[in-house]
Design a protein around this ligand. Structure first.
Ligand SMILES: [Ca+2]
Ligand SMILES: [Ca+2]
Length: 240
């Protein structure tokens, strides 16, 4: 029952009751602040855990997509050019539209589908590393990570993406489109594409290709996670 109803409106008992209410209010506000801070801390932690989870999934997705696209093109095609950061391929196409991939002289109609989806004889497609516009680099020593697993932590990698590039008959680039986001690392000397012989040794005339790329993810606390992918592909068609 309140002070007003009991006729105690100005009594000391009522004033005492008001004072307790004030202290209680202060305590409640302080407690409430602690609760809010605790909830905020949990929320931040949950967000970071969520980020790391989605970041890991992202790395997995990018790795699979790159591997699938490059190796499927490679298996059915032929390599026309490769250096450490790019691989150029042609595939059999039916340019003369007679339901086969041979021309009138029974030669394979090597070519590619151009950027507009049209089959073009003599065209080719490249998969190439393109550095990010930010120019961002990752240093193994600063991060205490051996990205390329070569036994040292002294390499520096550029951040960028793998692009699919369409080349016309003369090799001029007619278009370029990223097939990964800017999460791929590249360092000169750690080739993404390398020709190797049948024993796996680097060989400029090797008939197989080794694909090696590193995908990174950086969380909101600047922790860096990485995933390195290595595979070897053997062409069905002779390398030229
Ligand atoms: Ca044909
Ligand atoms: Ca290293």
């Amino acid at each position: 029952m309140g002070c007003e109803a009991k006729g105690f409106y100005n009594t000391s008992a009522c004033r005492r009751s008001d004072g307790v209410t004030l202290i209680e209010t202060v305590i409640a506000v302080v407690l409430f602040s602690f609760i809010i801070m605790a909830i905020y801390a949990i929320d931040r932690s949950a967000k970071n855990t969520y980020d790391v989870g989605t970041g890991q999934q992202d790395m997995q997705r990018i790795s699979s997509r790159l591997l699938n696209q490059i190796s499927s093109a490679f298996i059915q095609g032929r390599m026309t050019f490769a250096n450490e950061s790019s691989l150029t391929l042609q595939v059999p196409v039916d340019h003369d539209d007679d339901d086969d991939v041979l021309d009138d002289n029974y030669m394979i109609e090597w070519g590619a589908v151009d950027k507009d989806g049209v089959v073009q004889r003599g065209y080719s497609v490249s998969y190439a590393f393109v550095p990010a516009a930010s120019g961002k680099t990752y240093s193994e020593s600063a991060l205490d990570i051996d990205f390329n697993e070569d036994g040292d932590k002294s390499d520096t990698f550029a951040l960028g993406a793998i692009h699919k590039q369409w080349l016309d008959v003369s090799g001029t680039m007619a278009g370029s489109s990223p097939i990964s986001t800017d999460k791929v690392l590249f360092e000169a000397g750690s080739p993404i594409f390398a020709r190797i012989d049948d024993t796996g040794t680097a060989d400029a005339a090797g008939k197989n290709i080794r694909i090696f790329f590193i995908v990174v993810f950086e969380d909101r606390r600047n922790n860096v996670y990485h995933r390195a992918v290595r595979t070897t592909a053997a062409p069905r068609n002779p390398i030229e």
